[in-house]
Write a protein that binds this ligand. Structure first.
Ligand SMILES: [Zn+2]
Length: 107
């Protein structure tokens, strides 16, 4: 994994690093890791949102819920900002929207 990221930073090993300072390398490495971390978090949150959407019964009347378009929120994390698509479920009988909570929603 680290090797393929180094390939990414050095244009496949072809980049001349002789004039690059250590602090610049450090900035590039952590910049890349932050971008990757953001993408990974986003993928994990999406995965979690899909699991949350498997809740199918209304907590009020026990009736069926239908999925509504998710609400997009930006979450500010310690090192990153990620886009979180909050799942929204609607009960037709109660005419209420529910926001099933998961780890992401608790942030
Ligand atoms: Zn209901």
């Amino acid at each position: 994994m680290a090797r393929s990221l180094v390939q990414e930073l050095t244009d496949g090993g072809g980049r001349d690093l002789s004039a690059t300072r250590l602090t610049e390398m450090e900035d590039e490495v952590y910049g890349l890791l932050d971008r990757l971390g953001g993408q990974m978090l986003q993928a994990l949150l999406q995965h979690q949102a899909e699991e949350i959407c498997e809740v199918e019964k209304c907590p009020g009347c026990g009736g069926p819920l239908e999925a509504r378009p998710p609400q997009t929120k930006t979450l500010r994390l310690k090192r990153n900002e990620v886009c979180w698509r909050q799942p929204v479920l609607r009960c037709g009988r109660c005419r209420r929207d529910f926001f099933p909570s998961g780890e992401g929603a608790r942030l």
